[in-house]
Design a binder for this molecule. Structure first.
Ligand SMILES: Nc1nc2c(ncn2[C@@H]2O[C@H](COP(=O)(O)OP(=O)(O)OP(=O)(O)O)[C@@H](O)[C@H]2O)c(=O)[nH]1
Length: 345
């Protein structure tokens, strides 16, 4: 019996994983894909966006959402049963795509493919790491040496560098292929610099592909045949070296609930102020706009905010606003909620 190839898509918050998956679905060329989508926040925004594609390559029953935490920490409880269910189907999918949360470490997931019941039926075709070229260029994953020195002075037991940098390095070290995304946001010289930085963190021979909005040839992305579960030792991780399970305790996430936004421009401008003031890493969610029959999707990656109307509110669906906010530990939830109160009702 042939094993079902599985691609693990990793990459920091907002790097473009969902965008790449939407591209894959649109260019599946007859393959039947199943998606496992994992999100850190409590609200399944990515699943909603992918389902919005209505794509024949991936009907809704082939999309499994694992919200509320990182699958790398709940492998036995959530991920393995999900894989078993997909593989037990009378006609299993041609290929399984796993979108990990932006804070997930890919290695524990790949390790799950060594479990006897999975190992005989599925293989990790490849781990693909998405990189936001613009965020790397802005220094988001570089260690702020002054801040690190201050943190170490306050806590001499502090044993790791910036959690963002560690995730960046761990995700790259596990990759079989890197997609250097958001090339539209940086100039050629910056892109070359970022590529060199990324290349320094990857294992020898790992290919780096440049992309704009995740537009990568599906033939290059699927069919790497890496069998990553067989060479885990070649994929070093800070977290194992330090004897820690994960870094999620370094991040905070919460959902801001609201009714309707009266004025979209006011909401976007307030979000921009709050993101800058509190160094928010990621905001995403759906907004009900007063007088509009369609829902507004809001996405922010660092200072960049995008918003668009995706579909009409369905009959029986609550018109409400839900925004997931993610930042580093110590995020001032009360201040952010208070700041949004006036603009999302
Ligand atoms: N300019 C530009 N924006 C992009 C590109 N790729 C994705 N985006 C935008 O970046 C934002 C985040 O993209 P997603 O695909 O949701 O990122 P993600 O990695 O799935 O995010 P998380 O699941 O929260 O970690 C969205 O607003 C996208 O439209 C790109 O190549 N260029």
């Amino acid at each position: 019996m042939s094993k079902v190839p599985t691609t693990v898509i990793t990459g920091f918050l907002g790097a473009g994983k969902t965008t790449l998956i939407r591209h894959l679905l649109a260019h599946a060329k007859g393959r039947r894909l199943a998606l496992v989508i994992n999100e850190f926040g409590d609200v399944g925004v990515d699943g909603e966006l992918v389902k919005g594609c209505n794509d024949a390559a991936c009907p809704e029953e082939d999309i499994v959402e694992l919200a509320n935490g990182c699958i790398c920490c709940t492998v036995a409880d959530d991920f393995l049963p999900t894989m078993q269910k997909l593989l037990d189907r009378p006609s299993p999918p041609d290929h399984i795509i796993i979108e990990t949360s932006g804070l997930a470490l890919p290695k524990p997931l790949v390790k799950a493919f060594q479990w006897p019941d999975i190992r005989t039926r599925a293989t990790v075709d490849g781990v693909v790491a998405l990189i936001d070229a613009d965020a790397v260029a802005a220094g988001r994953f570089a260690t702020d040496e002054a801040a690190l020195a201050a943190a170490r002075a306050a806590d001499p037991n502090l044993d790791h560098d910036s959690p963002l940098e560690e995730l960046f390095e761990d995700q790259l070290a596990c990759a079989d292929m890197v997609v250097l995304n958001k090339t539209d946001l940086v100039d050629a010289a910056t892109l070359a610099r970022v590529e060199a930085q990324v290349d320094a963190e990857t294992r020898p021979g790992v290919k780096i592909v440049r992309a704009d909005h995740g537009a990568v040839d599906i033939a290059a992305l699927l069919g790497i045949t890496a069998a990553a579960e067989d060479d885990l030792d070649a994929r070093p991780s800070h977290h194992e070296a330090e004897g820690e399970d994960h870094d999620h305790d370094d991040f905070d996430s919460f959902v801001v609930n609201g009714a309707e936004a009266a004025d979209v421009d006011a909401l976007v401008s307030r979000l921009g102020e709050l993101i800058a003031a509190h160094d928010v890493l990621r905001v995403k969610g759906m907004v009900a706009v007063a007088g509009k029959p369609v829902r507004l999707v809001v996405q922010a990656v660092g200072p960049r905010i995008q918003h668009f109307y995706d579909r009409g509110w369905l009959a029986g669906e609550a018109r409400r606003t839900q925004l997931v906010v993610i930042g580093q530990k110590g995020l001032d939830r009360a201040a952010i909620e208070a700041g949004l109160e006036g603009v999302i009702g």
